[in-house]
Design a protein around this ligand. Structure first.
Ligand code: P61
Length: 460
């Protein structure tokens, strides 16, 4: 036997429905070509995000029933604390309502002066926003191979540590607040960071006395890539790899809506430093809530604690990452240009190559998102110049290094047959790509515009 299937059977289903093409055209127009403004009922296969959209396991649902809703000292909080100690070997944990809650609580204690830099491989957009809200300047040092979508590289989320060190020397240590490793690196295409690179980043951090934090939303997927691609890790368990990764950091922020497979929740983990824990605790109380619930109900904390274990199950991870790879390979075979190799949580379609006749100012990836919805009722998301926005000083549209349409796969939700439908729809668009037009704004909000903006196709 050579085939294996999903390492679960399905106990509960949710109906989905493909509305007729004319209705999809109407819905897209009503949404101003913005997938965030579509009603989910008008969507057939929803690949907008893998955040909070996973299917919980029977273990997680069962755990919810024993949630302890005490205001202080909840038993469910201690379940998270035990799981974090067991999996990450961290002493302190603060629950938050989601990833950006963790960023909001923590970053004021890491950015000490205005205009200090936060060095990352590639910061995610909410992370960038919270750095800027605290007076910091986010800056990226991902290796340049990350932007060559056709180049084979096992760890496109890696830092260019030489470039980073040169920057530190040039600016002076005091201009740097901390280093943040996003693993996997979402904005580069769900690309992993190698253990060797993490070690090299730690060495730079030690040399200049800089704190090193991990944005741990997809910690387990990153560990899986290390196990399958990095020499010396094949025979280690995911938990051993996670521990080794996190031993190199001072702490993490985590959106638990990804690899911990809950619909809502987040964490701050701190390895040993009690004073950072105390500082963050005092900020947690007014913003998120008391430190033993911090924005979550007891039942949600139970689901999260169980989900941290679900997320590191090797059978699950093999199937999960295998499904994303399955979609990517099918598309590539049909000639569709994608970020290669395929990332952990999504296939990133290279819209610059797909629609070379559309300039970044007319948002090629967003145009493709609209076409995919029209063709198959499939909702994807733009990760490109529309998301990047304008330069706050000059007001000019910034041009992203890559124009991606992200096909983000929720965890344990769709089967490979759904992936086949996506391949079918996108292949049909590939055949008629020359006819697709770019987009222009009919309404552009000032901040985080991608959520609420409205667009229309440009005149020919
Ligand atoms: C996503 F359109 N990601 O990928 P929170 N770090 C990292 C993330 O990927 C991340 C957060 C922190 C989302 C959701 C999302 O404009 C958008 O729990 C590496 O969402 O607060 C979230 O975690 C923040 C989608 C977020 C967006 C912002 O789809």
């Amino acid at each position: 036997m050579t085939l294996t299937a999903e390492p679960y059977k399905i106990k509960m289903v949710e109906s989905i429905h493909l509305i007729p093409k004319e209705e999809r055209a109407r819905a897209l127009l009503a949404a101003g070509y913005n997938p965030f403004l579509l009603k989910s009922e008008d969507v057939y296969i929803d690949l907008l995000t893998d955040s909070g959209t996973g299917a919980m396991s029977d273990r997680q649902w069962a755990a919810m029933m024993v949630g302890d809703e005490s205001y202080a000292g909840s038993r469910s909080f201690f379940r998270i604390k035990e799981a974090v100690k067991d999996i990450f070997d961290y002493d302190y944990v603060i629950p938050t309502h989601q990833g950006r809650g963790a960023e909001q609580v923590l970053f004021p204690h890491l950015i000490h002066k205005k205009d200090q830099y936060v060095l990352g491989n590639m910061h995610f957009d909410t992370t960038m926003a919270h750095i800027e809200l605290n007076g910091g300047i986010p800056i990226n040092f991902v290796i340049e191979e990350a932007f060559d979508t056709q180049m084979e590289h096992p760890f496109k989320g890696n830092f260019d540590t030489e470039r980073m060190e040169a920057f530190i020397l040039n600016q002076g240590r005091d201009k740097i607040a901390f280093i943040l490793v996003t693993a996997t690196c979402n904005s580069a295409g769900g690309q992993p960071v190698s253990m060797a690179n993490l070690r090299a980043v730690r060495q730079v951090a030690d040399k200049y006395g800089l704190p090193l934090w991990i944005d741990a939303a997809r910690y387990a997927e990153n560990a899986w890539f290390i196990k399958s691609r990095e020499q010396g890790y094949q025979n280690k368990t995911i938990k051993e790899i996670v521990r080794e990764m996190f031993a190199m950091a001072d702490g993490f922020t985590m959106s638990a809506k990804k690899d911990a497979i809950v619909n809502m929740g987040g964490l701050i983990g701190i390895r040993r430093d009690e004073s950072t824990f105390q500082n963050a605790s005092s900020t947690c109380v007014p913003f998120e809530g008391f430190i033993t619930y911090g924005g979550m109900s007891g039942r949600d904390m139970e689901a999260l604690a169980a989900g941290l274990y679900d997320g590191i199950d090797p059978d699950y991870l093999e199937n999960r990452i295998g499904q994303v790879a399955y979609l990517g390979h099918q598309l590539r075979e049909r000639g569709v240009p994608i970020q290669w190799p395929v990332g952990g949580h999504a296939v990133f379609v290279d819209a610059k190559k797909f629609l070379p006749h559309i300039s970044p100012e007319q948002f090629p990836a967003q145009a493709l998102v609209g076409e995919l919805y029209l063709e198959g009722g499939i909702r994807a998301v733009e990760v490109g110049s529309l998301l990047l926005g304008r330069n706050p000083q000059t007001g000019k549209q910034r041009v992203a290094d890559a124009e991606f349409m992200r096909l983000t796969i929720p965890r344990r939700v769709y089967t490979n047959r759904h992936m086949d439908v996506v391949v079918d729809a996108l292949s049909a668009i590939w055949q008629r790509r020359e006819n697709i037009r770019g987009l222009e704004f009919s309404y552009e909000p000032k901040v985080l515009r991608h959520f609420l903006c409205r667009l229309q196709p440009v005149e020919r």
